[in-house]
Design a protein around this ligand. Sequence first.
Ligand code: ATP
Length: 270
Amino acid sequence: MSTPPGLPPSGATGATPVFVAPDPSRGTLDAATAQMLVVEDLHTSYGAIEALRGLSFVVRQGTVVALIGANGAGKSTTLNSISGIIVPTRGTVRFEGRDITGWRADRVAGLGLVQVPEGRQILGPLTVEENLQLGAYSRRDGGVRADVTRTFERFPRLAERRRQLAGSLSGGEQQMLAIGRALMARPRLLMLDEPSLGLAPLIVREVFAIIAELKAQGSTILLVEQNARKALAVADEAYVLEGGTIARHGPAAQLRDDPSIVEAYLGRHA
Ligand code: ATP
């Protein structure tokens, strides 16, 4: 099978990359480095509180990048500043060669930069299937129905509950639905905010298995997690946030073995 445009030539396992939608009409990519998302000197404030203080990092195409850090380090603020939920006060966000700093959330999502927010934020009064269809609201292609079918194949538990109201799902099922809904937008880059938050260990394992599967299919993912152990296990690269800046950066495998990282971030989660 040849590699479709928009996917890395190597690193995928050969599985069909069903959810990565190549679109050459979208911005240009730096071919030499395949830097998909470039964040430079980002500052974001809530009134007098400076949550981000000059944050810089890069997400390369076809990689999983983890942002780890303690409570209040600025992880959610970082994702929200990229996705347009919050407007940064300084710095730039470039996606596929395009400066998207301060763009509205719907425009950012329209480029294929799709966020699964902390706390899932699925629509409880709608059914599982309706929530999935909402994920594809901006798509004009004819593939939505086929993608609903694929999503149900990927998440059999959602298929069993397709006509159930989303608000009646368990926390784990809601997280699956939130990821499934984001995939329905055919993201070029998926940003996951604390996907394991509040879930039982068995379900956390399932959520990370899905992330690993998406990675194997060539997806590009920016993952925010407090469960640093799990995040570093699935990620290629990781950034450690402290007080709104990057304190450390490196290959995830290297950080996983670093005694100072182990002591500060890996002790709590077995
Ligand atoms: P957590 O894991 O607890 O969600 P985080 O790393 O995602 O933490 P943020 O939620 O980004 O951190 O918060 C960064 C800083 O900004 C914190 O000091 C927080 O108190 C502050 N903050 C976040 N949201 C707001 C808000 N809406 N208004 C005022 N301050 C905020």
